[in-house]
Design a protein around this ligand. Structure first.
Ligand code: ADP
Ligand code: MG
Length: 338
């Protein structure tokens, strides 16, 4: 569905010196600098796949999504989306995709969201019955009743985001580019939006690329992640395989019936935290179940849970490897199923 080959985007920026004299000087001698936002990115995404696009601020995520939606011309390389070249912005292509940016809004600020919906209905030539049907379905999941007729400016951030998503999906696009759709939302609303995206994917077999600051969005929705840093892909593959390979340890979290000493605990693994009746141990992945069994028989355990280390930590290690390795990064960290 989406094939991207060696996509690049270089921005030319003009550096201005401070002050009025600086402005004049910059005007006469324009100094330009090249920002290499995206440096040769390639991937393929199949129909119906949901892919998480991860990377620090400035990694090139938004720039990539803008190129894929045809808002920006690539400096080099090519993107093919369902047979279309995005930058040609063919009307059939535009009807097939949507770009949602959590930090930008599409709805008209001073009008009720419903008015913006009607505008979109006209732009995308959505027949009345299809419009009603879609609104009915979205309403079920997003609970839009009561907020559609309020001025957008009077909505809470969460309510507005629900309307933004509904507006962006009204024409039932098959391909979704979601750029930080949950940014700034409280946890409940994040979960709600996440649920909606998952349901949309299921119902329409939509292909989705999602960027998010919140790892929970990505772990909840995407099996596959593409990690990008400084405009380059540093990992593309299965998230759980990545965790298995990168994180050689697991966290065993225990609750104790009565207090024990650090020394008693240290025998079983590296103490991560130990505070009163709660403790976290870091143990080698391969021996996790043996150690958990030993803990249960030898210590006064009230409860025990086993978890992977936080995903942030795992991704952090991907970046750390990327920064210390001089050779191309894809081979050494690409996950090979055993
Ligand atoms: N319009 C622009 N002009 C110049 N530089 C830009 C522009 N947009 C983004 N950049 C730069 O390109 C790089 C990638 O930005 P972006 O794609 O927004 O990253 P991300 O979405 O991963 O945070 C950053 O260094 C950013 O400062
Ligand atoms: Mg961005």
């Amino acid at each position: 569905m989406i094939t991207v080959r060696d996509l690049q985007k270089h921005y030319q920026v003009h550096d201005k010196e401070p002050g009025f004299i600086g402005s004049l000087r910059s005007f006469i001698h324009r100094k330009t600098r090249t920002v290499r936002a995206v440096e040769g990115v390639s991937f393929h995404i199949a129909t119906g796949e949901m892919v998480g696009f991860l990377g620090p601020n400035g990694a090139g995520k938004t720039t990539t999504l803008k190129m894929l939606s045809g808002l920006l011309h690539p400096t080099n390389g090519h993107a093919d989306i369902a047979g279309f070249t995005p930058r040609e912005r063919h009307s059939d292509f535009l009807k097939m995709i949507t770009l949602v940016m959590g930090q930008k809004q599409q709805l008209i600020w001073d009008l009720p969201a419903l008015d913006s919906f009607r505008v979109n209905q006209a732009i995308y030539e959505i027949p009345d019955d299809e419009y009603r049907q879609t609104m009915h379905e979205f309403n079920e999941i997003l609970e839009l009743d009561g907020i559609l007729k309020k001025q957008v400016r009077k909505l809470s951030l969460g309510e507005r985001m629900k309307c933004e998503l509904a507006a962006a999906l009204l024409h039932r696009p098959k391909i979704l580019f979601l750029d930080e759709p949950t940014i700034g939302l409280d946890v409940n609303m994040q979960v709600r939006i996440r649920g909606f995206v998952a349901e949309y994917n299921r119902r329409f077999n939509a292909t989705i690329i999602l960027t998010s600051h919140y790892m929970a969005d990505v772990t909840a929705l995407c099996q596959r992640i593409i990690v990008i840093d400084k405009g380059q892909i540093v990992f593309d593959g299965n998230l759980s395989l990545l965790i298995e390979q990168i994180a050689p340890s697991k966290i065993i979290r225990i609750e104790l019936a009565h207090p024990i000493t650090d020394a008693q605990l240290r025998y079983f693994g590296e103490i991560h935290t130990h505070d009163g009746l709660r403790a976290e141990l870091r143990v080698p992945r391969a021996t996790t179940s043996t150690i958990a069994a030993q803990l249960l028989t030898e210590l006064p355990i009230a409860d025990v849970t086993i978890e992977d280390p936080p995903i942030e930590e795992v991704i952090g290690q991907v970046f750390a490897r990327h920064h210390t390795e001089t050779t191309p990064v894809l081979e050494p960290i690409e996950v090979v199923p055993s």
